[in-house]
Design a protein around this ligand. Structure first.
Ligand code: HEM
Length: 124
């Protein structure tokens, strides 16, 4: 069995195709959730989905793609995202990762990364 130190999260999640599926599931959940979906009114979801996929692949998961979107701080400035809304996003992403049978310790790694960028996303 591959030891976790011998492969990247990107590889263990199954590469680009699986990550795209997780991100789609994540956005389905976010846009169906009345507590947060007002943030996505008028947003080009296809562009957002693509940026998210490359963002996760390059920064969060150690994959090969290069993210070319806005910085997280710039993308979320003015959106007034609260800490509670951020927690809802974490829960939906965890559920999406579980649905695709990602190992619990890898889900924890993704969550730890996302917590490290929380100050860039929420409104203070
Ligand atoms: C949990 C960690 C999060 C990460 C890693 C993240 C990541 C990103 C990325 C990479 C983009 C694309 C930037 C671009 O298009 O150049 C983006 C845009 C956006 N995010 Fe997040 N996000 C997070 C949480 C949230 C939350 C909690 C909300 C709202 C409830 C949110 C709402 C948005 C919106 C509305 C945009 C589009 C802004 C626009 O196109 O004007 N994000 N996010």
């Amino acid at each position: 069995m591959l030891r976790s130190t011998r492969s990247t999260l990107y590889e263990r999640l199954g590469g680009e195709e699986s990550i795209a599926a997780v991100i789609s599931e994540f956005y389905d959940r976010m846009t169906q959730d009345d507590r947060v979906n007002h943030h996505f009114i008028g947003v080009n979801m296809e562009v957002l989905r693509r940026h998210q996929i490359t963002y996760f692949m390059s920064y969060a998961l150690g994959g090969p793609k290069h993210y070319e979107g806005n910085t997280l701080r710039k993308a979320h400035s003015g959106l007034n995202i609260t800490s509670e809304e951020y927690e809802i996003a974490i829960k939906h992403l965890n559920s999406a990762l579980r649905k695709f049978n990602v190992a619990i310790e890898d889900i924890a790694r993704v969550e730890a990364f996302l917590r490290s960028v929380k100050p860039h996303i929420i409104y203070k």
